[in-house]
Structures are given as structure tokens and as C-alpha cells.
Design a protein around this ligand. Structure first.
Ligand SMILES: *[C@@H]1O[C@H](CO)[C@@H](O)[C@H](O)[C@H]1NC(C)=O
Ligand SMILES: *[C@@H]1O[C@H](CO)[C@@H](O)[C@H](O)[C@H]1NC(C)=O
Ligand SMILES: *[C@@H]1O[C@H](CO)[C@@H](O)[C@H](O)[C@H]1NC(C)=O
Ligand SMILES: *[C@@H]1O[C@H](CO)[C@@H](O)[C@H](O)[C@H]1NC(C)=O
Ligand SMILES: *[C@@H]1O[C@H](CO)[C@@H](O)[C@H](O)[C@H]1NC(C)=O
Ligand SMILES: *[C@@H]1O[C@H](CO)[C@@H](O)[C@H](O)[C@H]1NC(C)=O
Ligand SMILES: *[C@@H]1O[C@H](CO)[C@@H](O)[C@H](O)[C@H]1NC(C)=O
Length: 644
């Protein structure tokens, strides 16, 4: 392919991207083309002038990109980690005024001009310019083996960087003609075009065929930092339906910065009480705070424990494989509870509107999905302690073998376990990488899913390429790595606020077992508690914090105060804390939601919060296996410099 080197000036366009994630709260989704879950089309800007299509070629282990831009000038495209310019991998191409195509591979080493790669690894397949439009079709191997200059395409999230200019060889700065878009390029995505609001308005017939139920809420937030608000909704159906996908829409995208997560739950009245009698009143009320850990709750939050869906910041649509749906309206008078975690760090009084769309069908599918939530106990106040100034502190949440056994076997008739088909990997803002690990018979299986570039601002419920079979007695460990160096010398503990941490993963599964399973752990051995120097604490509602109760000399201190002012963070103290957090036995709680009349009853234990009195056998011990560990597949499998 003929190519020529461009004046370096135009590359300055990319520099403007430095450190900026322009599409932070983007609600744009890529949509399925030709029913191929690995072929996607997306318009990357408001003006609809930059269109990107990509097709994953699994056999050749490469991606074909197809870019169409409304310009006669140059077109830029690239990959980076967390939107950072440093280390990004870029191409610039187009067709010059003499009709000759050009296309080169660059890399950026800092806030300076990107440098042409010695090894040209992006392969131009076709370049054309017609009217005001430039099209480029090019291929990129998942891994070019040019580790110094190219970014491998992996399961981890990547920032796609895009830019274009009006002319080929003279740059005028049109600052709006650039941006980034976070994407899992290799994940299957089954979102149909008719889920795109713009497409829907142009194709009303297709839109009608894809039915949706809206869970919409407008709330004026009180002047407080963190609010978990729950509302109750009666379903409008007279017979059973299957939910096939979800999408979240903010009518005003600016509102998105105040919504941290949303959870949709199914409600079940206690035995002997009708659904309408129990939930009718609450559904006509404005709702209630969700987690009032230290006092009885008037509204029926604890009776709505079954999780149906979870959305996190930046999350785009998820559509299920075509053989799976989530049951809706199984009972007469079914109610859902909709929980929203509002984040309001400036404590202003703001008005926020959001709509969670549930797409559904009355053509019931073969399998019904359930949700399993795993990871660290919440709010994780003593298990999650991240020392100040740590670059990569690790926290593990276990689902013990005794717990998978308990969760899966009672309803698994054929011994085949369950098939997990999607994951929602979650931490708060200090999380840097996550992985869901899987152990069986003293062996580590490939990680179920992972993201080494975890980005709090893009939390996607990701469909797996192959569903993963989970058998009774399997052990699952969810691992989160945190960076506290940007916290100005503060240690971080577990909690509900965005600025405290969580380590939790939600998964969808089907076959044999259905409903909601909870499998969360904490370290509470004497050795660990001795190291920590505290033995008990409690939730303080006025402070919205965990407060130490024992030993007496620290009673009354918040956990935040305790770990920041009463621990001497020496190297040895940190190292021992990390060792205990990873290798001390953990206690997994896996309360079994029992069945009433064949239906899952999701009420609280008799003490309102914990399950001990309902289910004395709900705790199981689990230890990190010391066995040869599974490794990510080696990345480089070909000769570098194939492209040119
Ligand atoms: C690339 O995009 C152009 C313009 O959108 C389209 O005509 C063409 O079919 C696409 N080619 C492939 C291989 O996807
Ligand atoms: C190309 O763009 C110019 C300037 O925006 C416009 O005047 C012209 O009509 C466009 N031509 C075509 C073929 O769209
Ligand atoms: C949310 O959207 C509404 C309606 O567009 C707007 O009036 C309000 O200012 C927005 N609030 C925030 C905090 O973005
Ligand atoms: C907001 O309120 C919280 C308590 O809810 C307080 O800790 C925080 O300092 C306040 N922030 C601002 C910006 O006023
Ligand atoms: C909040 O926003 C909604 C929709 O934008 C509007 O109908 C409502 O009046 C607003 N409420 C307040 C108190 O501003
Ligand atoms: C960091 O801590 C120092 C000293 O306590 C303080 O002066 C500064 O304002 C803090 N910076 C931030 C971003 O919190
Ligand atoms: C912790 O304190 C609570 C009351 O605040 C008490 O019920 C519980 O037994 C204590 N736990 C331990 C391990 O001492």
C-alpha cells in the first residue's frame, strides 16, 4: 500500500486528547449489524460525522475497522488505556489532493508529537474519498507483537481515540472534531438497532416490535453526599413475559453524573399476605431510603431482595443470548423495587431524571436467568482496608466451595451446575483492575472475566463469549486491585459512598437454578482482627459511617478516623495486612432464599437484617488455594511488522 509521511503538525490534534475522557457519561451504544454479535456500528459524535464499524475476525485474530468521516481531510484513529495519550497507539490516513491514499502507524510517548512506528502494523485495506466523505478500511491483529509501540487488543477495556481534520496537509484546530469512546472490542454485543433512540424514531415499526417497559424516575436530591433511594413499581401485565435486555437513558446527559448505580429487584410479599396489600401502598408513595442498617424499616425493602438487573456509571445496553430471558409477571400483581444510588458530592439540591428501559417479549425463551452476586461483604468495613499511598493493593472476595454447593445443588437436577453468561465487574473510583477467578478440584480454570484497565466511568454488564459452567463445590474468588495514591495520603475502607470502596461482581446465569444468590465473604479470624487492633464496630446512621465499638479505647471513632489516625502504616504493617487479606481464611455468607409454595420468598431473617436465625448453615469457610495459577494466554503469537 502506497503511503507517505505527513507533516507532523496534524498529529497535534491528538494531543488535545491528553488525559481527557470526552465521552465520560456517553449514553451512545454500538449496535449490532447483520445479527453478528462481533460486528458493530457506532456514530462517535453528535454531528454524526464520524462513523465507526468494527468486525472481529476470531479466526485470523484481528479486527477489521471501517471508518467513514464527513471530511476531505485526514482521519485519525487509535487505542489507549484509560484515555491516556502516553502509550497510545494511533493511525492517520486519508486520500490526498492528488488522489493518493496515505496511512501510517504512530505511537505517543508523552505530551509531544506522536512518533511514527518503526514497525507498521496496522494494515490499510481500502481508502476512498467521494464528495465530502473519506472512508478507510483497515485491519489490526489483536496483538502485533510490537509491544513498545502498539497496544494489544484484549478483553480489557480500551479507549478508542478518534479525530479528523478539514484538510490533508494543513491543520486548523477544530477542537470539537475529536473524542474518545470506551469499548470492549472483543465482547459479543447483541444490542439490536431498534434499541437506539434515534433509530427508533426513524423506524417506528421496528421500534414497536421491540417492546419496552420504562422504569423512570425524577428526584430532587436532598443536600447530602450519598443517597440510596428505593421506589416500588407494579408491573402492568396480565401474563408472564421475558425480559431480553436493558438500557439506561438520561434525557439530559448531564444528569448522569449524579447517578452512581441502579438495581432492579423483584418483590415477594410474606406468606399469607397479598402482593397488592403489601406493596400497593408503597408503590403509590414517593419511596424510601434503602439501607437503614440500624433501625427497622417501615417500607418493605427487605422483601425485594431478588436482583434482576444492575447498572453502573457509563453502562450501555445489554441484550441477552437468544435462548435466555428473565421472568416477569410470574405472579399476579408482581412488583419490582428500583434502587438508585445518587452521588451528590457537592451536597447541592439537584433535580435528576433517569429511565431504565427493560426490553421484553411474550415469546418465552428456553431458559430463565438468575443473578448471583459475589465478592466482599458490604459495606466491607474491615475486610476492605487499603493503605494510604498504595499503587496496587489487592482485596479478595470468596464464594466458598460449601457455598456454590449450597447455592447450586438443591435445584440442580442433572448435576450440570449453572451456566454463567454475563458479568458486571464493580469497584468504586480507586479500583484499577478486577478479575473473577474460578477453581475446581485444586486447579485454577481460566478467569471467567477480567479487566486490567478497569474504569469506574464505564461499567458495562458484559456478555461472555462462551457461557461458563459452574459446578457445586467450585470456588470463585473475585479480586480487585486498588490505587490509593491519588487520595492525598488517606487510607480507604469499605463503604457505600463512591469515595469508599467495594469489591463486588454481579453475574447472570441460567439452567437448573434460578433466582438470586448472594455469596459474599470477609476475613474475621482472630489473627486478622488482632493485626487491625479493633474487634467490633457498628453502623451509625447519622454519620453514614461504620463506627468502632470495641476495644473501648477506640469506641466512637469512625472507621475512616481509625485507619487514618490510629494505624502506623509501616512497610511491615502494610505487607502483613496484605498477606492476611489474601491468605487468611475468609467466611462466606450464602444465605439461601427459601421457597414458599414453589416460589422464591425473599424476606429478611427474623432479626430483619441477617439470616442466622432463618438459616444457621449459611456460613462457609474458604481459603485462597496455593496451587499453580492460571496465566493469561501469552500475548505475542506472530512475527512483528507484518503490516508493511
Ligand atoms: C464499510 O463502510 C462502508 C460505508 O459505510 C460500507 O459501504 C461498506 O460496506 C463497509 N464495508 C465493510 C467490509 O464493512
Ligand atoms: C461539501 O462541503 C461543503 C462545505 O461544507 C459544501 O458547501 C458542499 O455542498 C459539500 N458537498 C457535498 C457533495 O456534499
Ligand atoms: C437534570 O436535567 C434537568 C432537565 O433537563 C435539568 O433541569 C437539571 O438542571 C439537570 N440537573 C443536573 C444536576 O444535571
Ligand atoms: C457534604 O456532606 C457530607 C456529609 O453528608 C460532608 O462530609 C461533606 O464534607 C459535604 N461536602 C461538601 C462539599 O459540603
Ligand atoms: C424536576 O425535573 C422535572 C423534569 O425535568 C420537572 O418536571 C420538575 O418540575 C422538576 N422539579 C423541580 C423541583 O425542579
Ligand atoms: C492534601 O492534603 C494537604 C495537607 O493535609 C492539604 O493541604 C491539601 O488541600 C489536600 N489536597 C486535596 C486535593 O485534598
Ligand atoms: C459486636 O457488637 C454487637 C452490638 O453492637 C454485638 O451484638 C455483637 O455480638 C458484637 N460482636 C462481637 C464479635 O463481639
Amino acid at each position: 500500500m502506497d503511503s507517505k509521511t505527513l507533516p507532523h503538525r496534524k498529529l497535534a490534534m491528538f494531543l488535545l486528547l491528553t488525559g481527557v475522557v470526552c465521552s465520560l457519561y456517553s449514553v451512545t451504544s454500538a449496535y449490532l449489524v447483520d445479527d453478528n454479535p462481533y460486528r458493530h456500528l457506532i456514530t462517535l459524535n453528535e454531528k454524526a460525522s464520524y462513523q465507526l464499524e468494527w468486525l472481529v475476525d476470531w479466526e485470523a485474530e484481528r479486527i477489521i475497522f471501517n471508518i467513514t468521516v464527513q471530511t476531505r481531510g485526514y482521519v485519525g484513529f487509535g487505542l489507549s488505556r484509560r484515555g491516556k495519550m502516553v502509550g497510545s497507539d494511533l493511525v492517520i490516513g486519508g486520500v490526498d489532493s492528488e488522489g493518493t491514499p496515505y496511512f501510517r502507524d504512530y505511537h505517543a510517548i508523552g505530551n509531544q508529537m506522536p512518533i511514527e512506528d518503526p514497525s507498521q502494523d496496522w494494515e490499510l485495506l481500502e481508502a476512498s474519498e467521494t464528495g465530502n466523505q473519506t472512508s478507510l478500511r483497515f485491519a489490526r491483529a489483536f496483538d502485533t507483537c510490537d509491544a513498545d509501540h502498539d497496544i494489544p487488543i484484549t478483553m480489557d477495556v480500551l479507549s478508542l481515540m478518534w479525530a479528523y481534520g478539514e484538510v490533508d496537509d494543513d491543520v486548523q484546530y477544530h477542537f470539537q472534531n475529536r473524542g474518545t469512546y470506551q469499548a470492549y472490542l472483543l465482547d459479543p454485543d447483541l444490542t439490536p438497532r431498534a434499541a437506539n433512540p434515534k433509530y427508533r424514531s426513524r423506524h417506528p415499526e421496528e421500534a414497536q416490535a421491540l417492546k419496552k417497559l420504562d422504569f423512570a424516575r425524577t428526584k430532587v436530591l436532598p443536600e447530602q453526599d450519598t443517597l440510596y433511594w428505593c421506589t416500588f413499581h407494579k408491573l402492568p401485565f396480565t401474563r408472564k413475559q421475558h425480559i431480553i435486555g436493558f438500557q439506561t437513558v438520561f434525557p439530559n446527559p448531564q444528569n448522569a453524573s449524579h447517578v452512581h448505580h441502579m438495581i432492579l429487584h423483584r418483590c415477594r410479599a410474606p406468606p399469607g399476605v397479598s402482593q397488592d396489600d403489601f406493596f400497593g401502598g408503597p408503590s403509590r408513595s414517593e419511596g424510601t431510603e434503602c439501607y437503614i442498617l440500624d433501625q427497622p424499616n417501615n417500607l418493605p425493602v427487605p422483601y425485594c431482595r431478588e436482583v434482576i438487573h444492575v447498572w453502573g456509571v457509563g453502562g450501555r445496553a445489554i441484550f441477552f443470548p437468544e435462548n435466555v430471558g428473565i421472568a416477569m409477571q410470574e405472579l399476579e400483581d408482581e412488583y419490582f423495587m428500583f434502587q438508585i444510588h445518587y452521588d451528590n458530592p457537592n451536597n447541592g439540591s439537584v433535580n435528576v431524571t433517569v429511565n431504565l428501559e427493560a426490553y421484553y417479549t411474550d415469546q418465552l425463551r428456553e431458559h430463565e436467568a438468575g443473578v448471583m452476586q459475589m465478592g466482599d461483604m458490604q459495606p466491607g468495613a474491615h475486610s476492605i482496608i487499603i493503605p494510604p499511598g498504595s499503587l496496587n493493593h489487592v482485596i479478595h472476595g470468596h464464594c466458598a466451595p460449601g457455598c456454590t454447593d449450597r447455592i447450586i445443588s438443591p435445584v440442580d437436577e442433572n448435576g450440570q451446575g449453572v451456566l454463567m453468561f454475563a458479568t458486571f465487574l464493580h469497584t468504586h473510583i480507586s479500583g484499577r483492575s478486577t478479575r473473577l477467578m474460578h477453581f475446581r478440584d485444586n486447579k485454577e480454570l481460566p478467569w471467567i472475566n477480567y479487566d486490567e484497565n478497569y474504569d469506574f466511568n464505564f461499567q458495562q454488564f458484559r456478555v461472555l463469549r462462551e457461557p461458563r459452567q459452574i459446578l457445586p463445590q467450585d470456588q470463585l474468588i473475585y479480586r480487585c486491585t486498588y490505587d490509593s495514591t491519588s487520595r492525598n495520603g488517606s487510607a480507604i475502607h469499605g463503604g457505600f459512598s463512591t469515595r469508599e470502596e467495594m469489591c463486588t461482581v454481579f453475574t447472570y446465569y441460567y439452567k437448573s437454578s434460578r433466582g438470586f444468590a448472594l455469596c459474599r465473604s470477609e476475613v474475621r479470624t482472630d489473627r486478622y482482627m488482632d493485626h487491625l487492633g479493633i474487634s467490633n464496630y457498628t453502623w451509625s446512621r447519622p454519620l453514614r459511617q461504620m463506627v468502632v465499638t470495641e476495644p473501648p479505647e477506640y469506641a466512637g471513632l469512625t472507621m475512616r478516623d481509625y485507619i487514618n489516625n490510629h494505624i502506623d502504616w509501616t512497610i511491615d504493617y502494610r505487607r502483613e495486612l496484605q498477606r492476611l487479606q489474601i491468605y487468611e481464611p475468609q467466611i462466606t455468607q450464602c444465605p439461601r432464599f427459601y421457597w414458599n409454595d414453589g416460589r422464591m420468598f425473599t424476606g429478611p431473617g427474623s432479626d430483619g437484617q441477617r439470616y442466622t436465625s432463618v438459616d444457621p448453615d449459611f456460613e462457609h469457610s474458604s481459603t485462597m488455594p496455593l496451587i499453580p495459577r492460571w496465566q493469561r494466554p501469552p500475548q505475542c503469537t506472530r512475527e512483528p511488522g507484518r503490516g508493511n
